[in-house]
Write a protein that binds this ligand. Structure first.
Ligand code: TPP
Ligand code: MG
Length: 395
């Protein structure tokens, strides 16, 4: 049974973030930790509750989460300076979900789709910090040539970046149909929010996925708010992993990257063998819903502060790495210093990057151009369609 505070935010029972048995296995150079057990729905067995990690992987997970955090913080600064305009939904706080899920993907085979909180995913699926920031700034070197902006970013095997709440869940289910059709053993990971979980089309997608046994892993990133509405004000049932009677589910602490990694090791194998599964990852966003929302009118500053202090996924991993002697504080500081410099350089390069020309606005609309462009405003010079880039995700 979940417990809530006055704002409707879930109170987790004490998570063994810093307590854990940090057993150093000197021979293999690995450390082991006890994690908060996953909750299970319609499953006889679940992911292991003890995990081990070696130095190389621990530092990799730390680095990946830190890059996303720093990229998002840099985006916030650029937005406040009015250099990034329009919508901008940041992922800071939720990094452990992206990094933990990614660690278990079969690269170049599995596919991913998410909503508009997509910067971190775009980077981890193959774009660079430069090409993500350049996209937000509307520059030519952006991953969508600056034409898409924050919500419309893509990468190989990554189908965006989608702005209509819940609408990409059927699309992700379609990606899973393609996976089944091509028969290469891949799955699709389809991430959506706690707010999106109430959309009708999500249930239509669940239905067809179960009926056709599609290899789709539904991941509800429960950051506990949809815009300014706390989840228990919007959802009659806040157990997002138990959303439907016929699809099994798992709940995981989404602020613990090692727990997420372990959960998805199990979950992805389950989907490859059996078809759809729902995972709810309980997480938190530090910024407002988007940059235009200060994020403090519907939740208290104390709540945000407390989450940052006690549950921050980057700090929790760092603490584990140091307490288990996988690496020293100095080694972590050296990583932080290097990343700070790399992100600053990428931001400077993106700011110096030019915009595309006006004529380019009507290029690359079709992968295979066959007909004259329709709907071109009168008064503008006629533009010939051109394909200037190689389409991705299309065979
Ligand atoms: C169909 C539709 N309805 C409403 C909106 C406006 N809207 C944008 S984000 C959002 C909240 C979604 O919350 P959640 O799914 O929990 O995702 P989060 O922002 O927390 O990541 C709403 C209502 C929209 N974009 N699309
Ligand atoms: Mg939400």
């Amino acid at each position: 049974m979940l417990r809530y505070n006055a704002q409707g935010v879930v109170l987790l029972r004490k998570i063994p973030a810093f307590r854990v048995s940090s057993i150093r296995l000197y021979s293999s150079g690995e450390a082991s930790f006890e994690i908060e057990p996953c909750k299970l729905y319609l499953l006889e067995e679940g992911p292991s509750t003890s995990v081990s990690v070696d130095k190389e992987e621990a530092l990799k997970l730390y680095t990946q989460m830190s890059i996303i955090r720093r990229m998002e913080n840099a985006s916030a600064t650029l937005y406040k300076a009015k250099l990034i305009r329009g919508f901008c939904h940041l992922y800071a706080g939720q990094e452990a979900v992206c990094v933990g899920v990614y660690s278990q993907l079969k690269k170049d085979l599995d596919t991913v789709i998410t909503a508009y909180r997509a910067h971190g995913w775009t980077w981890i699926m193959g774009e660079t910090v430069f090409s993500v920031i350049a996209e937000l700034l509307g520059r030519k070197g952006g991953c969508s040539q600056g034409k898409g902006g924050s919500m419309h970013t893509y990468a190989p095997s990554f189908y965006g970046g989608n702005g209509i709440v819940g609408a990409h869940v059927p699309l992700g289910t379609g990606c899973a149909l393609a996976q089944k059709y091509t028969g290469k053993g891949g799955i699709n990971v389809c991430l959506y929010g706690d707010g999106a979980a109430n959309q009708g089309q999500v249930f239509e997608a669940y239905n067809i996925a179960k009926l056709w046994k599609l290899p789709v892993l539904y991941v509800c990133e429960n950051n506990q708010y949809g815009l300014g509405t706390a989840m228990n004000r919007a959802s009659a049932d806040t157990n997002f992993y138990k959303r439907i009677s016929y699809i099994p589910g798992l709940w995981v602490d989404g602020m613990d990257v090692l727990a997420v990694r372990e959960c998805f090791r199990f979950a992805m194998q389950y989907v490859r063998d059996n078809g759809p599964l729902i995972v709810e990852a309980l997480t938190y966003r530090y910024f407002g819903h988007s940059m235009s929302d200060p994020g403090t009118s519907y939740r208290s500053r104390e709540e945000i502060q407390e989450t940052r202090q006690k549950r921050d996924p980057i700090n929790r991993l760092k603490e584990r790495i140091i307490s288990s002697e996988l690496a020293t504080e100095e080694e972590i500081q050296a990583i932080d210093k290097k990343l700070k410099q790399e992100i600053e350089e990428a931001v400077q390069k993106a700011q110096a990057d030019p915009e595309i020309g006006v004529d380019h606005l009507q290029y690359d609309i079709y992968a295979k151009y066959q007909h004259p462009l329709r709907g071109v405003a009168t008064g503008l010079p006629a533009v010939t369609h051109k394909t200037t880039g190689k389409p991705i995700n299309i065979d």
